[in-house]
Design a protein. Sequence first.
Length: 291
Amino acid sequence: MKFAITLVLLLQTPALPPFDSGRAWEHLRQMVAIGPRPAGSPALEATRRYIKAQLAAQGVAVAEQAWDDETPLGKTHMVNLIATIPGARKDRIVISGHYDTKIFHEFRFVGASDGGSSAAFLLEMARVLKGRKNPLTMELLFLDGEEAVIEWQDNDHTYGSRHYVEAGKRDGSLSTIKANILVDMIGDRDLRIKRDGYSTPWLTDIIWNAARRGKLDTYFVPETTRVEDDHMPFLEAGVPSVDIIDLDRYAEQNAWHTAKDNLDAVSARSLQAVGDVVVAALPQIEAHVSK
Ligand SMILES: [Zn+2]
């Protein structure tokens, strides 16, 4: 019976338009051209203007969630951008990623993969999802303050996701999120995404199975690692979440948090692989949360 219901839901789910990495690449290039984009900086404000203009052009509504957070460098103004595409139900699937870049004074850090790729991906996903009748409400969540302002310890990281989850707990809206798909550092030219051991197993399985079916398992490899990222506050609050991140391979190439994280280190092909997998996995995720 359960199987039959799942099948009916899958058949009723309208197909998604294809993900266009050419468009995602152009967003990435535009944001990298803004330069280093740390939380609280005028460059991050310019990045927000770019993101909001792109969403407006697609007819996607976006809200700002702004606050001042205490950091080891003092009070910092932060803003999450919440883009919503209403679906048949109020229940939501969130696709999230950070758009800030880490502060470095010793070198110019433009975060092509780390900060750029996630924001570019979300912008193109907004276009893809806007072109389809979605059974659930879809949210594209651009998170501020993922990066530590000094070092990743205590509370010096994931400011945006922690703030978002706290606000959602307070107003009761968090319970309408049925799944959260986090993307981070997905631009690596030599992309190799390991399963994240903290992530929700059923959600991880759906995504890695979609990759295998799509013959993209050279990008989504079977090894498991553990990465603390913006999905942690969601997991702690009981929201099923998966982190799609290539940290290990990027670090091996000395591109993580270095001057090498620029346009030379990333490729549109990698964004395409992740886009294809998420687009292929989404109907299964929708069916799973609608059971
Ligand atoms: Zn980073």
